[in-house]
Design a protein around this ligand. Structure first.
Ligand SMILES: NC(=O)c1ccc[n+]([C@@H]2O[C@H](COP(=O)([O-])OP(=O)(O)OC[C@H]3O[C@@H](n4cnc5c(N)ncnc54)[C@H](OP(=O)(O)O)[C@@H]3O)[C@@H](O)[C@H]2O)c1
Length: 309
């Protein structure tokens, strides 16, 4: 049955892959992000289903209420609310401008809380619904030079557990947290940078389509928390069981695997304004197997493309 799905953060990476995945299931979509022209592109990509695009800056007061209002005006009610909107900033904590730190927390933590507030109020009024928030493996471990992002994700983890406890009296309202490891999206290039070197996803890197499948699957089979990433459990165990060893290793490993050698001048990335030219499903850190699968003819190629998502 066709559902109405709101996605905040639908123009890039995991949110854009999720929009396509729900469209393939013939769900109706309400897509939000700041970049109006990219929203129009994503609407074209999902042209087989009914799509409402709502240009939204999730950090603006009242913006998420307006988004919910637009969805209800158009479709009557919403069954699923997904929040993937986020920004990142690289830099030592004391060298990162305070305004950048604060805006990352505003986007990644406070706006996710804002999404939860409007979605849960709507679900309580209608009696049911699924809210999906995106955390990170960095909600369970820490890494240097990403203080605002890590602080936001740890905050979000605590918020989600609290809300899941508050929702025990409403079994028809589901709250799922998706915690990916490294994903091949543009977020690393789009990040603010006060470190002098571009960031990149440390291996192993998974595809945004795989995370999107986990999000869609959560609507059918709700779970409290879903981890997507082969090393997540290992990293969490090392962080918890051997904190001293973890702290010795994490800096060198971050500089080796999490930062490229490419120099970059200090800039705010997309923290305060979108960069439509940098928006895509993938970030170019993995070979695009879907692209390669297009060259495989016949039913085998079609099956491969379906499997890749
Ligand atoms: N990529 C990874 O390796 C990874 C790993 C773990 C967790 N995650 C999490 O997965 C989620 C999606 O990340 P991603 O990698 O897909 O990032 P992405 O490709 O950079 O996409 C971020 C999305 O958020 C939107 N956004 C940013 N600021 C916004 C604002 N103020 N208002 C409205 N929309 C805003 C962007 O659109 P506009 O700029 O047009 O507004 C874009 O659609 C995030 O929660 C991220 O923390 C990612």
């Amino acid at each position: 049955m066709s559902r109405v799905v709101v996605i905040a953060g639908a123009t890039s990476g995991i949110g854009r892959a999720t929009a396509r995945a729900f469209a393939e299931r013939e769900d109706r979509l309400v897509l939000a992000a700041r970049a109006t022209q990219t929203l129009a592109e994503v609407r074209e990509e999902c042209a087989d289903v009914e799509v409402l695009t709502v240009p939204t800056d999730v950090t603006e007061p009242g913006a998420l209420d307006a988004l919910a209002g637009a969805a209800i005006d158009r479709f009557g009610r919403t069954a699923v609310w997904v929040h993937t909107a986020a920004v990142m900033a690289y830099g030592r904590f004391d060298e990162l401008p305070e305004r950048v730190f604060d805006q990352v927390v505003r986007t990644d933590l406070l706006a996710a809380a804002g999404s939860a507030r409007v979605a849960l109020r709507h679900f309580r009024a209608t009696g049911a619904g699924t809210l999906i928030l995106t955390g990170s493996v960095l909600a369970h471990i820490t890494a240097p030079y990403m203080s605002a992002y890590v602080a936001s994700k740890w905050g979000l983890q605590g918020l989600v557990r609290t809300l899941q406890q508050e929702l025990r009296d409403s079994p028809q309202i589901r709250l799922c947290l998706i915690n990916p490891g490294s994903v091949d999206t543009p977020v690393y290039q789009q990040a603010a940078n006060y470190l002098g070197r571009f960031g990149r996803p440390p291996p192993p890197v998974t595809s945004p389509q795989r995370v999107a499948r986990a999000i869609v699957d959560c609507v059918d089979r709700p779970r409290r928390e879903v981890s997507v990433g082969r090393l997540n459990v290992v990293l969490r165990t090392g962080f918890t069981v051997l904190p001293g060893v973890y702290d010795v290793l994490v800096g060198p490993l971050m500089r080796l695997a999490g930062l490229s050698g490419r120099p970059v001048a200090a800039h705010d990335g997309t923290v305060f304004a979108p960069n439509p030219a940098g928006e895509a499903v993938r970030g170019g850190h993995l070979p695009d197997l879907r692209q390669l699968a297009r060259s495989v003819p016949g039913p085998a190629g079609a099956a491969l493309r379906r499997w890749l998502g």
